[in-house]
Design a protein around this ligand. Structure first.
Ligand code: 5GP
Ligand code: MN
Length: 361
């Protein structure tokens, strides 16, 4: 193990002054500090936000695999279960989730001497695990691409200009000299995160760095065409009917610049809803050129409505979600929650719309 740890430090890091391969350069000092912190760490926990998506799962499982290759005892611990559509990702089945194994999750966090927080910027985002992480004596390293982080930590690698945490993690590994520890499986995890956070490279995807990274991942042997199929081609008849029903009933307001999709608890029951069935639904109204703001409200239980928003251009859905729904996210993709029924959430939103109408382009 000592040999591995020595190697870990000796690995050629990217040094300032040398021209980097990537446009995005992580402060080399931070990279070195992460390496030193790892040197002293034995038990490492890696975590991401609640309701983990492709980027959260791709980045955490890839980092876990690399740290294990470096001889560390690393585990991914999440607040709740990964969606079915991402269970194929290598390493996802070994994730310890607090909903399924609460004691194991708490125990791992308490015993960790180092915690990596990937793809979130506020400890509230780990939901039921936030207290455990707050209480833990471990060091904390954050690697993330959300705006304005408010998480306390020892090392913060925050690059909101990078479209996914997975791409940022790759750049970190490259600077650390550790991409050699990526294999085909962990490369597939990184690719999946990059793909899902850019809508299959349809937005936030003009950065040439992305294609240099994809080049490297293909050389590691990933099958990108198959990864697309695994993530997206897993619909069910009832799921497609549910989406059709929701699209048919979508309301267009603000002179056609806003779209509002709602699904009630009863709708979900009638269409035999299962988690993941409405993935991507909120994006569909944006395919209408006039629509700049799309809102999806899903009544997950009689007193909790999950809110998802997407936008085009300058309309800041993160602001709306922050100010009105206790959430946040990115300028064009954000989410939050409403505690109450769907009809209460609806009248609350309708009252709030005038506050934001001036922000349309
Ligand atoms: P989605 O609409 O796919 O659930 O979430 C889109 C993005 O919004 C996520 O990547 C995340 O950054 C953000 N987001 C979603 N839900 C919440 C939430 O409840 N709180 C916060 N702070 N951000 C959220
Ligand atoms: Mn992300």
């Amino acid at each position: 193990e000592n040999c591995l740890t020595l190697q870990l430090l000796k690995m050629n890091s990217y040094t300032p002054g040398r021209r980097s391969r990537f446009n995005t350069v992580i402060d080399p000092d931070l990279v070195e500090r992460v390496k030193h912190m790892l040197l002293c760490a034995r038990n490492v926990v890696i975590t991401c936000h609640v309701s983990p998506d492709g980027d959260a799962l791709g980045s955490t499982t890839a980092l876990c695999s690399v740290l294990r290759a470096l001889g560390k005892d690393a585990t991914v611990v999440t607040a709740d279960c990964p969606p079915k559509s991402l269970q194929f990702l290598p390493g996802v089945r070994e994730i310890i989730t607090a909903t399924r194994s609460p004691e194991r999750a708490q125990d791992l966090i308490a015993k960790a001497d180092l915690v990596f927080c990937l793809d979130f910027n506020d400890l509230k985002r780990v939901d039921r695990l936030s207290e455990a992480f707050e209480k833990a004596a471990s060091r904390r390293i954050v690697i993330d691409h959300h705006l304005a982080p408010i998480i306390s930590c020892d090392i913060l690698i925050s690059h909101p200009e990078v479209s996914s945490t997975s791409a940022l993690l790759y750049i970190f590994l490259w600077q650390a000299g550790w991409t050699r520890y990526l294999n085909r499986s962990s490369a597939a995890c990184i690719y999946t995160g990059m793909m899902t956070d850019t809508g299959n490279f349809a937005y936030n995807s003009n950065d040439p760095d992305l294609y240099l990274i994809i080049h490297d991942l293909l050389r590691k042997g990933i099958d990108k065409d198959n990864l697309y199929k695994l993530v997206h081609n897993n619909a069910s008849q009832s799921g497609i009917r549910l989406n059709g029903y929701a699209q048919y009933r979508t309301e267009y307001m603000c002179g056609g610049r806003m779209a509002l999709i709602t699904l009630s608890y009863d709708d979900l029951r009638d269409f035999d809803y299962s988690k993941g069935d409405t993935e991507g639904l909120v994006n569909i109204p944006l395919t209408i050129p006039e629509v700049q703001w799309s809102v999806f409200m899903r009544e997950d239980s009689k007193d909790l409505v999950k809110i998802s928003m997407r936008s085009k251009g300058v309309f800041p859905v993160n602001l709306v979600c922050e100010e009105k729904f206790g959430g946040g996210g990115h300028i064009n993709a954000a989410g939050g929650e409403f505690h109450g029924s769907l009809s209460e959430a609806l009248s609350y939103l309708l009252k709030a719309i005038p506050d934001y109408e001036t922000l349309f382009e």
